[in-house]
Design a protein. Structure first.
Lengths: 156, 630
């Protein structure tokens, strides 16, 4: 075989080899992308479940707000009644349920104001401003350490 | 290469987006306020007394506690000499904006897991040179290279893909109503460029005003009814505000909603509850004066642009309040049905900025060697009753392979015709034929027994191979179609549009055919049951079934779907009664013959399921026609 021909063939072999390498790399990358994507989907699924749970619980908190509001209005003369005691027990059931879901109430009254979990809706004007929570307007909650609803508070 | 992000630096709220796989996606703030949604970063900066810098949601939360240390709406002061004096230190509006951009940069890096060094930032169309320079400076202070400033209305138009509309020049009006500001911009679009012709607006008009009127109305009607003023009651007001916000959102999609706040307050007589219905008509009546105030800005913009409503070709809505039907109706009353739809109006500016960023950055994915195509239209085969059964859905990334098992429609059917189709319509005849072939030599057996595996295999260049294999004999036939994607873009669009247009009629027709197929199956099952049961059925029951079968046969091929459904139901009820009676009579004597009818019934219901879910395990019975249908 003439040298020229060999050179030509070698060159074309080199070219084909490079092409094959490129295809292999592309294929490997596609496969890796796929595997990574699958893994990411798994993770996303988990966080979606958590997220949708927290959404559900957020909606549920509104009902709890109403219920707590109701308990605040128990007439003095009825406080000792068995019937009222039963209703208070239902509240405990709610609280147990939330605890089981990893939901805890954010501490407010008397605590120093914390912008990470408190939202100030008003401030009691005073010369001696201490930046602590005076009263709670709406309860706040954390779920698994993350704030899912900030506590709305008045500060002094 | 790090991502270039798009930032909508707003007066009350800011937002950021990026491009991934050719789509723009929003970047959530680290606080991830899932409750409010929409724009994630309040444009708020605060310095606490103990020297902390807070930006975004945390800053907003403490604003009341620390008003002297908190800055809102720095955007309004951009390009001026104004200085914010906070605890003996001075800050320029650029610096304040830079804090917001820095926070967006940080949160984006956290979310994307990559460095973010470049950004496209949007500015109002009316911003002058000084204001634009100030915005650029803010970016630089934040450590972001601002590769371009884009006008907000232009970005919004990009998000709606208006830049892709070909042909003649057109006038676009962008109506941007935020929480506290209204901007109206008219642009001329031609040869890929948006040119601002006129701008107008109102710096003190927005969604907040709408919330206010609703809350005030709720409070004042409560006062009228109960004689108690809730304005001073912080807790009650908090609950009302939240309920009003929720009601407002709900009323964009429903006509009536309820505000239900038990134990809202109490007096000497005891607790008081709030329970009122709010209709869409009511909220529209309340916000109408606010919406009407927008008219002046629109008219001014059109007067300046020397245009009339008829010459505006597209209207783009931006901002949360434009989700309200009354706002959309108001715009439609002026311009007619020209609204661009399909993108969240609260996100479209940031998304448009992200699209610009990707274009300027030379999107990486485009450069990738391995370009994968998608099938533009659904591919499938014709099954019993002229129905198109899809195998590969449209927009599936190719190469792709999909197989499904079908069966025969008649007893002793020895051949099936595979009629391959392309298109989105549920009826085979309305779609495009790709090819046909016949698989024969199927051993004679009852309908539904043979298992024929049909496989669609489309390679990366769009060449489609369709094969059909009889699982009993392993006999196989196939064809290769080279031009499965030979349709022009226009043809594809036309086919998609037709599918949308005829969706309702097609569905009705398909329902009719499904009902007919079901009736066919039922008749076959019942006839088989009677035959198999022989004299185990009382003659009067047998007669009843036969009558019902005749009745069903009569209406089966008509067009009255109600009559067909009724006749099918009657027959089903009758045969079930007989089946039950037979079981009760001879519980001990249950042979395979007797279990056959109920088994058949079961597979009837499975057929419905599997045709919906395309499960491969169960053969789809009675799907093939005996005779090729033309």
């Amino acid at each position: 075989m003439p040298e020229k021909e060999i050179k030509k063939l070698k060159k074309s072999l080199e070219k084909e080899r490079a092409l094959a390498q490129e295809y292999l790399r592309g294929w490997q990358r596609a496969k890796a992308d796929y595997i990574n994507r699958e893994r990411k989907i798994e993770k996303e699924k988990e966080s979606w479940i958590k997220f949708s749970n927290s959404k559900l619980i957020l909606d549920f908190l509104h009902l709890l707000d109403g219920f707590n509001q109701c308990l605040k209005h128990i007439p003095k003369e009825s406080e000792g009644e068995k019937w009222v005691q039963g209703v208070i027990q239902i509240k405990r059931q709610f609280e147990t349920f939330l605890k089981a879901q990893g939901v805890e109430r954010i501490k407010t009254v008397g605590e120093p104001f914390d912008h990470n979990c408190h939202e100030a809706v008003d401030r009691i004007p005073s010369k001696d401003f201490k930046n602590i929570v005076d009263s709670e307007i709406q309860a706040g909650y954390k779920m698994g350490g993350h704030v899912i609803r900030v506590a709305k508070v008045i500060i002094k | 290469m790090s991502k270039i992000i798009g930032i909508d630096l707003g007066t009350s709220n800011s937002a950021a987006a990026y491009m991934e796989a050719g789509k723009s996606k929003m970047i959530p703030s680290a606080e991830g306020t899932t409750m409010v949604g929409g724009k994630a970063f309040p444009s708020c900066v605060a310095f606490t007394k103990d020297g902390q810098l807070l930006v975004g949601e945390p800053a907003r939360r403490q604003a009341v506690a620390n008003p002297e240390g908190t800055v809102f709406s720095a955007k309004r002061k951009m390009g001026t000499d104004y200085k914010y004096k906070i605890f003996d230190k001075e800050y320029t509006p650029q610096q304040i904006s830079a804090f917001i951009l820095q926070k967006i940069k940080k949160d984006s890096e956290l979310y994307l897991g990559d460095k973010v060094e470049k950004a496209v930032i949007t500015v109002p169309a009316y911003f002058n040179d000084a204001q634009r320079q100030a915005t650029k400076d803010a970016g630089a202070i934040a450590g972001l290279e601002v590769i371009r400033l884009v006008n907000e209305p232009t970005a919004a138009s990009f998000a709606y893909g208006l830049d892709k509309s070909k042909g003649h020049e057109q006038q676009v009006l962008v109506f941007d109503m935020g929480a506290g500001t209204l901007d109206v911009t008219i642009m001329n679009f031609g040869e890929g460029v948006f040119e601002v012709i006129s701008t107008s607006g109102d710096t003190k008009l927005g969604g907040t005003d709408m919330d206010e009127v609703l809350v005030n109305d709720i409070v004042s009607s409560f006062k009228k009814e109960q004689g108690i003023d809730l304005l001073a009651d912080k807790m009650a007001m908090q609950r009302i505000r939240e309920a009003a916000e929720k009601a407002k959102i709900e009323l964009s999609s429903t006509l009536e909603t309820e505000i239900n706040l038990p134990f809202i307050t109490a007096d000497k007589q005891g607790p008081k509850h709030m329970l009122t219905k709010i209709t869409r008509a009511k909220i529209e009546e309340l916000v109408k004066p606010i919406v009407e105030r927008c008219r002046q800005s629109i008219e001014q913009a059109m007067k300046d642009a020397k245009l009339n409503p008829a010459s505006v070709e597209k209207v783009v809505l931006v901002g949360g309040p434009t989700r309200m039907p009354i706002v959309q109706k108001f715009i439609e009353n002026i311009f007619g049905d020209k609204l661009a739809r399909g993108v969240d109006p609260m996100e479209c500016v940031a998304m448009g900025a992200a699209i610009q960023a990707a274009i300027l950055g030379g999107d990486e994915e485009v450069k990738d060697v391995l370009l994968l195509d998608v099938t533009p239209l659904t591919l499938g085969i014709e099954t019993l009753g002229g129905v198109m059964t899809p195998l590969i859905e449209r927009n599936t990334t190719i190469p792709a392979e999909k197989s499904q098992i079908f069966s025969t429609a008649a007893n002793n059917q020895t051949s099936v015709e595979i009629h391959a189709l392309q298109g989105e319509r549920p009826m085979a005849s309305a779609n495009r034929t790709l090819g046909r072939f016949i698989l024969d030599g199927i051993p004679p057996s009852p309908r539904g027994v043979p298992q024929i595996e049909v496989k669609f295999d489309i390679d990366a260049s769009g060449i489609l191979t369709i094969s059909a294999k009889d699982k009993a004999t392993n006999k196989e036939q196939h064809i290769t179609i080279k031009d499965s994607s030979a349709l022009s873009k226009e043809e594809i669009e036309k086919m998609k549009k037709e599918a949308e247009k005829f969706a309702t009629e097609d569905r009705k027709e398909k329902e009719m055919i499904d009902a007919r197929n079901k009736a066919d199956n039922l008749i076959y099952t019942c006839e088989k049951t009677i035959k198999d049961a022989g004299d185990k059925i009382k003659p009067e029951s047998k007669k009843e079934v036969e009558e019902k079968i005749e009745g069903l046969k009569k209406v089966k091929d008509g067009q009255d779907s109600e009559a067909l459904k009724k006749a099918s139901q009657e027959l089903e009820d009758t045969i079930q009664k007989i089946g039950a009676a037979m079981y009760q009579e001879s519980k001990a004597n249950v042979g395979p013959d007797q279990s056959a009818p109920s088994g058949q019934k079961e597979s009837d219901s499975k057929e419905k399921d599997s045709s919906k879910e395309n499960k491969n395990e169960e053969p789809i019975e009675g799907e093939f026609e005996e005779e090729p249908k033309k």
